[in-house]
Design a protein around this ligand. Structure first.
Ligand SMILES: [Zn+2]
Length: 118
């Protein structure tokens, strides 16, 4: 532990108006047993992006929280509920796709879009 691993969470991030950045999330870390939020499918908000998420994601990575009762998890689930995304807190499994810890995402400046759209 302690060594930075580059795993499947490594994605290109396009930032309008700035140079392209790479956000290296902690996707190499094993988040199995963490909590994520399953939702009804919804498209990536970035224009021209065809990615459709079935979990609460950021930059196409499934956001995970260590604790099921994390207030940030509950807040995001509540917000998803209000917009009709039918959120359900489920235990994350690596088969769902690459993940990123919510707090790593927040520390990275909350990037929202991870794959080149053009
Ligand atoms: Zn996208």
């Amino acid at each position: 532990m302690g060594e930075q691993q580059i795993g499947p969470g490594r994605l290109l991030l396009e930032n309008p108006g700035t140079e392209e950045q790479i956000w290296v999330a902690d996707g190499g870390e094993d988040h199995a047993g963490w909590q994520c939020v399953s939702t009804d499918p919804f498209p990536c908000p970035a224009a021209g992006c065809a990615f459709v998420a079935e979990y609460m994601t950021a930059a196409h990575l499934i956001l995970v929280w260590e604790e099921r009762d994390d207030p940030n998890l509950l807040r995001h689930a509540e917000r998803a509920k209000k917009v009709g995304r039918n959120p359900r807190v489920v235990e994350y499994a690596p088969a769902f796709g690459p993940s990123a810890s919510y707090y790593a995402w927040e520390a990275a400046g909350r990037p929202v879009h991870g794959i080149r759209g053009k």
